[in-house]
Design a protein around this ligand. Structure first.
Ligand code: PEP
Ligand code: MG
Length: 818
C-alpha cells in the first residue's frame, strides 16, 4: 500500500505544521505533517497501525503505518516537562491498533494549564514520504486529515570505508532526549555520510531517526554511547557529542512539578470566566462636602432637588438588569427614614451633602452590624445612592473612567452605577478587594459576561496600573505579572475557550440525547425575564426553575396579580411555547424582604421559608397562583413548591391552588414539589402520590444533608452535591418518583456541572435545569455519554465514601466518554 489516509485523532482546530509555535516543528525538523489544537482529551489512532512506542512520559506516541511511514503524534508543546502527569497510555508498545482506537488519554485542563500549548503536531518522522493535507480549521474526530504517500525512501549515504568512532556522553538536558533534541540531532547529522547509532539501556537506535531515538527513553543523567561507522565517523560523533553536551538550551535538573497558582485568601467567584488583561486600579475618593450648611431652607431645597434629579436618572433605565437594580435604588432614594434623618441634621445646621452622607452611613453601619452576608452586600446600593445624591448636590460630574482595551478593573469595591458607567466591551475582568458574590454588581457583571472575583483581599489594591494579569474567575485565582510563556498560554486559552464555546453553541439548539439515543431534557434556571432570550439562544429546551422571588425582592410592597401575570406571560412568550416551571415564592431564610417583616430567627435556613411562609400567607400564594394561571398558557405551564417537607404541606398548598383554579375558571396545570430537604427525599414516594412531578433542588438538599450553611465561607468547601450522602438522597427521590411514574428533574447548581451530568443521568433523572451559560457545554458532554455506563457510574458513586472519590470516578467516566 503506497498511500495511507489519516483521520483526525481528536476534534479541534487543524493548522499547517508551519504555524506550530515551535520552530522544531514549524521548520519541519521532525518531519512534515499537520497540527491540531484539540478540544477533547483522548487521542485516537488516525489509521490502522502498529504502536512503535508510547513515550515513557506518555505525551507522545509513534505508529508504524501500513506503507512503512513512521507517524509521530506529540500531544502539546514542551509537554515532556510534565513527566507524564496528566497523561494515561491506553496502548502498549508493539500493539496493533485500528483507526479510531484510543491511544492516550490526557487531562485537557491540567495539561493546558501547565504546558506551553496543547497544539499537537502529527507528522511523518522518516524520510521517503510525501504528505498532502486534507483539513484546515475545525475538524471532527475521525474526519480526513492528511494523506501519506511513499515516494521512494532516500537512504543515508552508505559508508565508504570502515572508519569507526565512538564517544560516551551524559545527557545534560533536563527533560532528556525528547522530540525536540532528537530532531536537532537528526538534523545535525544530515551533512555526514557515516552510519551513526546510539546505545543506551541495553538497546541501540539509529541516530538519524527521531522515532528510534525517542524509543531509547533517554533521561537527564543517563549515559549514552554514540557509535559511528564510515569515512566521516569521527566528525559525526564529535558533532553529535558536542551538540548533546551543549545541552541544546535545555541543560538543568528535571523540573519540579509546577505549583498551581494559589487563590487569594477568601477570593470568591462572582461572575465566571477566564481573561487576560492589564490592571486598571479604580479608586474613587469621597466627594468633599462642608459640614455646615447655608441655612436650613436652602439646604433642604438642595437635598430635595438632588433626590429628584437622581430619581429621574434612575427612571430612565428602561430594561434589563440595570432597570431592576434601578428600581431598588429608587426605593432607597425615596426611603422616608433616610430622608427624615437627613432633614433632621439639616435642621441642626448641617449642609445637605453632609446630612445625606451621615444619614446613609448610619444606615450602612446598622446593616453591617447585623452580620448578615446578603444584607451587607446590599449596603453597596446605599453607598451608590449616597454618592449619586451628593454628586447632584455638589454638581460633581460622575466619574466614568475611560478604560483601556482589555482592562482588569481593580477596586476596593465597585458600585452598580459605577459598573453601568463602564464600557463592558473594554473590560476584561473585575477584581475587588471586598464585596460578595451575590451583590448587584456581581449580577450585572455576570449578565454582561465580565468575569469577576470578589473578596480578593487588600493585596490586590497594590497592583500597579498596566501590570499584565491573568484572571481565572472560575477558579477564583489571579496571576499578577505573569511571564511571557504564561501570558501566551493564557491568551491561547481565551481563544480556545471562544472557539470551543462556538462549537458547542452551534450544536446547542438540537434536542439533547445521550450517545445511545436516550432523551435528556436540558432546561434553564431563570430569575429575570431577559434571561429567557439568552437561555433559548443557548439551547434551553424549557425553563426548569423560574425563581419568581426576583419579582418580590428589593421593593416596598409585593407585586400585584396583574403585574405578576404580565411578567410571567412575557417570560412564557420569550420561551416560545417551551415548558415553563414556575416556582412559587421562596423567600425568608436567606432571602428576606422588607414588606414581610419576620421575627429574627436564630437559624433562618431552618425557619419560616419557602412553602412554610406561603402557607402562613395564603393570600400571597393565591395571588401568585392566579397570576400564573392567567399569564402562562396551560400547555406550557407547570408550578412547583419550594422547601417542602411532606405531603401535608403539599395538600395544603394544593387547596389554595384549587381555589385559584376555581376562581379563574382556567385549565388545570401540573403542580409539583421541590425535593430540597432530606425529609422530602426520604418521603418522595408519598410526595409523588400527591404531586404531579418532582424537581430536586440540590443547593438546599446539599446544605441540609451535610449540615453546612450554603452561605458561610467557612463551610463552603464542604458544600458538594456530589457527596455520596446527597446522591443517596437523590436516588431515594428518583425511586419515589418512579413508584408513581412521575417525571423527576433537578434544578440545583449541580445540574450545571458537566462533571455531575453522568451521575445525575445514571441516577435516572429526566431533566437537568442549568444556568443558561452552562447549557452548550453540558449538552456537548451528555452527547458523548452512554446511559448504561452512566448507570454503572451512578452505582459506583452511591457506594463511594466521599465527594472527592465520586469526583474522581465521574472525571474518569467523562474522560473515557471523550
Ligand atoms: C436549590 O435549592 O437547589 C434551588 C434550586 O433553589 P435555590 O437555589 O433558589 O434555593
Ligand atoms: Mg432552594
Amino acid at each position: 500500500m503506497n498511500v495511507v489516509r489519516l483521520t483526525a485523532p481528536f476534534a479541534g482546530w487543524a493548522m499547517p505544521i508551519d504555524e506550530v509555535p515551535d520552530p522544531v516543528f514549524a521548520e519541519r525538523m521532525m518531519g512534515d505533517g499537520i497540527a491540531i489544537d484539540p478540544i477533547e482529551g483522548v487521542l485516537r489512532a488516525p489509521a490502522d497501525a502498529t504502536v512503535i512506542m508510547v513515550a515513557p512520559t506518555r505525551h507522545a506516541v509513534t505508529l508504524k503505518l501500513a506503507n512503512g511511514a513512521e507517524l509521530l503524534i506529540h500531544i502539546g508543546l514542551e509537554t515532556v516537562a510534565l513527566a507524564g502527569e496528566g497523561f494515561a497510555a491506553l496502548v502498549a508498545d508493539g500493539q496493533a491498533v485500528k483507526a479510531g482506537d484510543p491511544l492516550i488519554r490526557f487531562e485537557m485542563d491540567e495539561v493546558a494549564e501547565r504546558a506551553k500549548s496543547l497544539v499537537t503536531p502529527i507528522l511523518i518522522a522518516n524520510e521517503g514520504y510525501a504528505v498532502t493535507a486534507l483539513a484546515a480549521g475545525t475538524v471532527a474526530a475521525g474526519a480526513p486529515l492528511f494523506e501519506v504517500s511513499a515516494v521512494g525512501a532516500t537512504q543515508a549515504a552508505a559508508p565508504t570505508s570502515e572508519d569507526s568512532a565512538s564517544c560516551e556522553v551524559v545527557i545534560p538536558m533536563a527533560n532528556g532526549v525528547h522530540a525536540r533534541p532528537a530532531a536537532r540531532i537528526a538534523a545535525a547529522l544530515k551533512p555526514f555520510g557515516a552510519e551513526v547509532s546510539f546505545a543506551a539501556h541495553g538497546r541501540t537506535a539509529n541516530a538519524r531517526s527521531t522515532v528510534a531515538m525517542l524509543g531509547l527513553g533517554l533521561r537527564h543523567g543517563d549515559s549514552l554511547l554514540i557509535l559511528a561507522r564510515g569515512e566521516d565517523a569521527r566528525a559525526a560523533v564529535t558533532t553529535v557529542a558536542a551538540l548533546i553536551e551543549s545541552g541544546m538550551g535545555e541543560a538543568g535538573e528535571p523540573p519540579a512539578p509546577v505549583a498551581a497558582v494559589p487563590a487569594p485568601r477568601g477570593a470568591t467567584t462572582a461572575a465566571p470566566g477566564f481573561a487576560v488583561g492589564t490592571a486598571f486600579p479604580f479608586a474613587i475618593a469621597d466627594i468633599v462636602v462642608a459640614e455646615v450648611g447655608h441655612g436650613a431652607s436652602a439646604e433642604r431645597t438642595a437635598l430635595e432637588e438632588a433626590l429628584a434629579a437622581v430619581r429621574a436618572g434612575l427612571a430612565e433605565a428602561k430594561d434589563g438588569k440595570g432597570a431592576e437594580i434601578a428600581l431598588a435604588h429608587q426605593a432607597i432614594a425615596e426611603d422616608p427614614d433616610l430622608i427624615a434623618k437627613a432633614q433632621e441634621l439639616i435642621a441642626q445646621g448641617k449642609s445637605a451633602g453632609f446630612a445625606w452622607r451621615a444619614a446613609t452611613r448610619a444606615q450602612i453601619a446598622a446593616i453591617e452590624a447585623t452580620g448578615d452576608r446578603l444584607l451587607i452586600e446590599r449596603a453597596a446600593d446605599l453607598k451608590d445612592i449616597e454618592r449619586q445624591v451628593i454628586a447632584a448636590i455638589t454638581g460633581t460630574a460622575a466619574a466614568a473612567p475611560t478604560l483601556p482595551e482589555g482592562a482588569v478593573l481593580i477596586a476596593d469595591e465597585l458600585l452598580p452605577s459605577q459598573f453601568l458607567a463602564l464600557d463592558p466591551a473594554r473590560l476584561a475582568a473585575i477584581v475587588t478587594a471586598r464585596g460578595g458574590p451575590t451583590s448587584h454588581v456581581a449580577i450585572l457583571a455576570a449578565s454582561a459576561g465580565v468575569p469577576m472575583i470578589v473578596a480578593a483581599g487588600d493585596a490586590v489594591l497594590g497592583i500597579q496600573p498596566d501590570t499584565a494579569m491573568i484572571v481565572d474567575a472560575d477558579a477564583a485565582s489571579l496571576v499578577v505579572a505573569p511571564d511571557e510563556a504564561a501570558l501566551a498560554e493564557a491568551r491561547q486559552r481565551v481563544e480556545k475557550g471562544r472557539a470551543l464555546h462556538a462549537v458547542h453553541v452551534a450544536a446547542a439548539s438540537e434536542l439533547c440525547r445521550t450517545a445511545d439515543g436516550s432523551r435528556i431534557e436540558i432546561f434553564a434556571n431563570l430569575a429575570m425575564p431577559e434571561e429567557a432570550d439568552r437561555a433559548v439562544a443557548s439551547g434551553a429546551e424549557g425553563c426548569g426553575l423560574l425563581r419568581t422571588e426576583f419579582l418580590f425582592l428589593d421593593r416596598a410592597e409585593p407585586p400585584s396579580e396583574d403585574e405578576q401575570a404580565g411578567i410571567y406571560a412575557d417570560i412564557a412568550r420569550r420561551l416560545d411555547g417551551r415548558p415553563l416551571i414556575l416556582r412559587t415564592l421562596d423567600i425568608g431564610g436567606d432571602k428576606p424582604v422588607s414588606y414581610l417583616p419576620m421575627p429574627a430567627e436564630e437559624n433562618p435556613a431552618l425557619g419560616q421559608r419557602g412553602v412554610r411562609l406561603s402557607l402562613a400567607r395564603p393570600d400571597l400564594l393565591k395571588t401568585q397562583f392566579r397570576a400564573i394561571l392567567r399569564g402562562v398558557p396551560a400547555a406550557q405551564c407547570r408550578i412547583m413548591l419550594p422547601m417542602v417537607v411532606d405531603a401535608t404541606e403539599c395538600a395544603r398548598a394544593r387547596a389554595v391552588y384549587d381555589e385559584a383554579l376555581a376562581e379563574t375558571g382556567l385549565t388545570a396545570v401540573p403542580l409539583g414539589v421541590m425535593i430540597e430537604t432530606p425529609a422530602a427525599a426520604m418521603l418522595a414516594d408519598t410526595l409523588a402520590a400527591n404531586a404531579d412531578f418532582l424537581s430536586i433542588g440540590t443547593n438546599d438538599l446539599t446544605q441540609y444533608a451535610l449540615a453546612a450553611d450554603r452561605g458561610n465561607a467557612a463551610t463552603a468547601a464542604m458544600i458538594d452535591g456530589l457527596h455520596p450522602a446527597v446522591l443517596r438522597l437523590i436516588a431515594a427521590a428518583v425511586d419515589g418518583a418512579r413508584k408513581h411514574k412521575r417525571w423527576i428533574g433537578t434544578c440545583g447548581g449541580m445540574a450545571s456541572e458537566p462533571l455531575a451530568a453522568a451521575i445525575l443521568i445514571g441516577l435516572g433523572l429526566d431533566e437537568l435545569s442549568a444556568t443558561p451559560a452552562a447549557i452548550p457545554a453540558l449538552k456537548a458532554v451528555i452527547r458523548r455519554l452512554d446511559i448504561g455506563e452512566c448507570r454503572t457510574l451512578a452505582t459506583r458513586a452511591l457506594a463511594a465514601s466521599s465527594a472527592a472519590e465520586v469526583r474522581a470516578l465521574a472525571a474518569q467516566a467523562i474522560r473515557e466518554a471523550a
